[in-house]
Design a protein around this ligand. Sequence first.
Ligand code: HEM
Length: 452
Amino acid sequence: METTDLSTLPVPLHPGLPMLGNTLAFLRNPLGTLHTLQRQHERLVHLRIGGRHQYLVLRPEDVKHVIQENHRNYGRSPAFEILKIFLGNGLLTSDGDFWRRQRRLAQPAFHRQRLAALTTTMIAETANWIVELKQQRSKQPVNMSQAFMDVTMRIVCKTLFGSDTTGKLDGLSAALDDLNYLANKKMLSPLRFPYSWPTPDNVRSKRARTQVDTFIYGVIEQRRQRDEDKDDLLGMLLSAEDEDTGEKMSDQQLRDECVTIFSAGHETTAVSMAWTIYLLSQHPDVLMRLQAESRTVLGDAVTPSPDLFRSLTYTLQVVQESLRLYPPAWIMSRRAHNPDSIGPYTIPAGDTALISPYLLHRDPTNWPNPDRFDPDRFVPGGPKDQLHSYAYLPFGGGPRLCIGNQFALMEMQILLAMLVRSFELKATPNQRIIPKPLITLRPNQSIWIGLS
Ligand code: HEM
């Protein structure tokens, strides 16, 4: 009797154009193309994008296999090489043993107990921001996309560098913003001039880089000279020590991790907040429940005690549901070092596995009425808890799970609860907002909201 080697079944190939494969479909309408792939394929689909073979993984259990169970077989995809020019060799861009060591060193800075100190900074910065919003308050709607970019920028700078930003925050923010913007632009552009060429963007990004580096190296030097031990993220990274070797991070590594934390943590959180406030403006019933919770739990104190935020259960559900519908990291990629079996199929060595949190979060087999905004999906013990753990992964999973996930959830709860406690929100009529998938999943235009 003949036997079939199941692991050699060809992965279904999605039809595309000669030479270009599926590149144009992805460039023109990435989210629509993802939905089509989900409707037409079951487990794995072979795509040809940008001259590369890429395999979209559709089932949560297979996603778990790629990013957790067999994670050692996968590395960063080539796109991360571009980010390295700007971020250096930090947690986001590095791989292998170097990444493992850095992750071990950085992890304690994000532990729950350490988060408490950072939470105090988040609350204080949010309180200042609310005062400013109140001063600006007029009959005109406020550009909340910009407002969230501003406040998350201040929060990330203050939690990283603490009081060392005093008097320097504006210049540092502008330089970091420039560096991040130009890195993203280069990642998305089909036309990439070498970094050594003096194009206007290259000149601008080098200037921003010099400014950022001068600031960070200056703070590191000062802290080392004075033997200062501070409670901010940089302080925690400075004192981090390898358990086995006693080694600490070099100045260069510290710089790379600071810029990485800024880049990975700033825009993702700001964009998620913009989506959340947009969803609330469209769902007054949810907004009312949220306001009731924040007013009851937080009371009137200008800077509520950090412990109170842990009782904001409905606020957390709203944040989780918003991250389900609009996960900023809408697609992730991994490059296979060796061939990998996924059920009866094989992902060949050197090719890329694609994972789309956006698609997994809207899979109708797991999420009834997937496009509906319903925070009760996340009620403890409710529908979400019955699903496969990889059916919901706004922060990724496995060993490369977002290191800032607790930080981000806490920051979003603080911003949201303190905002809705202080204002009535009014949607701007006829704003048709749709997702625009760039490096993060942004709203296609700024979200304007009336605050009264
Ligand atoms: C809503 C906000 C955020 C979202 C949705 C998000 C999402 C993610 C995702 C999906 C990954 C994994 C990428 C992959 O596996 O390829 C990741 C990694 C990472 N995130 Fe976040 N993130 C957020 C906020 C933050 C914050 C606030 C920080 C820091 C304060 C941060 C720092 C990082 C770092 C350093 C990594 C790389 C970790 C590693 O590979 O070891 N993120 N993030």
